[in-house]
Write a protein of this length. Structure first.
Length: 270
């Protein structure tokens, strides 16, 4: 961009200022002409007809026109005052009415809301007491019915177990489900399965088979057979259903008195 120094630069600045002044003058002339046109139209349409009517009225009816003129001149101030006072009264009344209505509504709502809160708190206390009373009555009734059939101690234990189960059920429903088991490890003693089968024959022979299973994944079971011989020592041997097959053995087990059984020491100590 080139810069101009000296007289040429001063001349260009003067030209710019003159252009701005001309533009402002044009705007002023346009605004003034618009105002003159508006007032001219108002004068032609309103003012001159009114002045002509007043002039004709004073020429034709001077007394009545004079009375009306004085009356209007004296009444215009009270009329304007009345209009202003009326507007003020209306606005003040609306403001006071709205403010009073809001305050009254707030006070009434607060008053009744306070008593509603007190009532709800009282009803909550009453409901809590009624719930406790109903629960106590139910437990006492259950205890009375069960005590007649099972005895006081068993009835008390069963009622306590039922109440504890209900509480545990309620807690379990409110607990979030977990993606993994709660107990990841169990002791070996908890995984031992004990089963007992007793068979008593007509000859007074009683066979007791006790089977103990090891932890899950074990491949051997020890079978213990105890034969209690009564008066008849020549009683038949137990049937195959009374014995259990050992996974380590490949054949059937027909155990009789004095035979060697897998998992039993030779000396016969159990």
């Amino acid at each position: 961009m080139e810069t101009v120094d000296g007289p040429d630069a001063k001349y260009e600045n003067d030209v710019d200022e003159e252009g701005e002044e001309d533009l402002l003058a044009d705007y002023f002339e346009k605004s003034a002409s618009a105002v003159r046109q508006t007032f001219g139209r108002f004068e032609q349409d309103v003012v001159r007809p009114v002045l002509d009517y007043v002039s004709v009225a004073f020429h034709k009816r001077p007394i009545r026109s004079t009375f009306i003129a004085f009356y209007l001149a004296l009444s215009i101030l009270p009329v304007l005052s009345f209009i202003g006072f009326s507007v003020f009264i209306v606005a003040t009344s609306i403001f006071v009415a709205l403010t009073g209505a809001i305050l009254f509504a707030s006070s009434a709502i607060s008053f009744f809301g306070f008593w509603l809160a007190c009532t709800l708190i009282f009803f909550a206390f009453v409901s809590f007491n009624l719930t406790l009373s109903t629960l106590a009555t139910y437990l006492f009734t259950q205890f009375a019915f069960r005590a007649r059939t099972d005895g006081a101690r068993l009835a008390l234990a069963s009622v306590y177990a039922d109440a504890r189960a209900q509480l545990s059920l309620g807690r379990a429903r409110g607990r979030k489900p977990t993606s993994r088991p709660l107990h990841t490890y169990a002791s070996p003693a908890a995984n031992i399965i004990q089963s007992s089968a007793q068979t008593e024959t007509d000859e007074g022979v009683r066979v007791s088979a006790n089977a103990q299973g090891k932890n899950e994944g074990s491949d051997r079971y020890d079978t213990v057979i105890i034969v209690d011989v009564g008066e008849d020592s020549h009683s038949p041997s137990p049937s195959p259903q009374d014995t259990q097959r050992s996974p380590a053995s490949t054949g059937t087990t027909n155990a009789a008195f004095g035979e060697k059984v897998p998992g039993i020491p030779v000396d016969g100590s159990v």
